[in-house]
Write a protein that binds this ligand. Sequence first.
Ligand code: ATP
Ligand code: MG
Length: 576
Amino acid sequence: MIRYSGYLMPTTKETPSDAEVVSHRLMLRAGLIRKVASGIYNYLPAGLRVLRKVEGIIREEMDRAGAQEVLMPSVIPAELWKESGRWDAYGKELLRFRDRADREFCLGPTHEEVITDLVRREVRSYRQLPLNLYQIQDKFRDEIRPRFGLMRGREFFMKDAYSFDADEEGAAGSYQKMYDAYSRIFRRMGLAFRAVEADTGPIGGKSSHEFMVIADSGEDAIVSCGACEYSANVEKAECGPEGSVPAATPAPGPPRKVPTPGKRTIGEVSAFLGIAPGLFFKTLLFETDKGDVAVVLSGKHEVNEVKVKNRLGADWVKLAGEERVREITGAPSGYAGPVGLSARVLADHSVRGIASGATGANEKDAHLVDVVPGRDFLPESYADLRLVEEGDRCPRCSGPIRFSRGIEVGHVFRLGTKYSVALSATYLDAFGKEQPIVMGCYGIGVGRTAAAAIEQHHDDDGIVWPISIAPFEACVLPVNTKNDGLVKEAERVGEELSARGIEVLFDDRDERAGIKFKDADLVGIPLRVTFGEKNYEAGCAEIRDRKTGRTDRVEISEVVARVCTAAQEKKKECAP
Ligand code: ATP
Ligand code: MG
């Protein structure tokens, strides 16, 4: 049992001005964290209790799934990152520095290099595989925009796990085990979440899922099917081929050039010519490491750059600026079109849905009409290159697609042999042949998960913790600390609850009752036992449920049993 009087949990009434989201505000107000520098925090005792609980659940489930806990250093020699090629590729999020001997180091933002180095030294034979190693450790990422408190910090705790298998089949099994463990972890924390298919980038190509806690304040847009289990983040979400291919109407004559003075956007040209946006061949020019590329899609859709990048197998793509557009098309931007264009042309499936349409003439103040795809321009390929939209159908079952927002709390990723090949982490198979180890990596943000839990579980009075990650399970609150008999009885009940395994905060502060109630609510302790004067004289106390507000007056002799039962009930809500 912890006594509030000597406990550092400095609650505040004022809403901190720089806190934009509710979890950040409430973590500050409840005295759980304090800022040291941008994205860098002190964890106060109650805040640390929450993080330790989150870690505890993660640890139990990782162990259950057969992973082994290790601990790697934060400080990593540059050589390892140079070996993987990420020293140059990672950019400014990687905090680099030199030691006194002028050797280069970085603070680990993730640990693929370190773990692969460990494993390549220790694993020789297929008999030592599979292996899954994890740690819960302090990460540093020099985020460009640290914000939302623990949600996007620079220094933060992460559980990162890495699996090592002999082949792809084994790796798929390890991935599934982690996927299942993650589902249990987030259920045990009482969170509503979805595992969404995520983009793996050109090197991945294998599976990746992000575990998203559903919350309006989430930074990620996700789509999910109203009918089946399909969900994906917006970057990844597939769009099937356009519903109906237009009936074969008689092909119009050759493209005609029409003047469109000063009209550049689809909206402007569409209104000016009286042609629906869906009948435009919208043409976007990209500069990429694979050369210039034009992407053509129906004017009613938006391009998805990630899909373009993956389709090309490119490392980077970016929309061409005004200058470059002029060089490629000979016209200012707003007049690009695929007809007679020298650049490579990729078409979205939606282009097939347009029998004949309008597009830019690659000439200032002019567009073409009566353009027929396949006749007047020939795309190198048709592919899914657009963003999913409201009204789209599920690519799996044609059910209705819904949009929502989520907070990415976890990520599972099949790495393949990217790091094992780069760092020569190999093993000898049963025939004595050297093979690269097949890897997977799996992360959970500890602080971000706690913050996400608050985003999902709070009300006007404060946090409403799911009991499994609450800093305390019950608060025992004597209303008048001057009444010795009352305080003694409350204390006895508190001790007895502790002895029964309930984590108790005993609010022995010499404060007004109203302040104590407000603090218990703000901090979000699931159960509160109040010893008021009148009830005490009558041999009673009150048990209040933070979530429902339900208050029961019970005889003091029954309090312990009732609180234990109520806590049990709440734990059931956090069943795996
Ligand atoms: P994001 O897209 O939000 O930056 P990420 O893709 O960089 O996340 P991963 O590299 O997959 O994240 O890291 C694994 C987990 O670590 C994430 O799912 C998230 O829970 C957590 N995490 C990542 N960056 C931060 C951060 N800046 N602050 C707190 N937690 C973080
Ligand atoms: Mg990131």
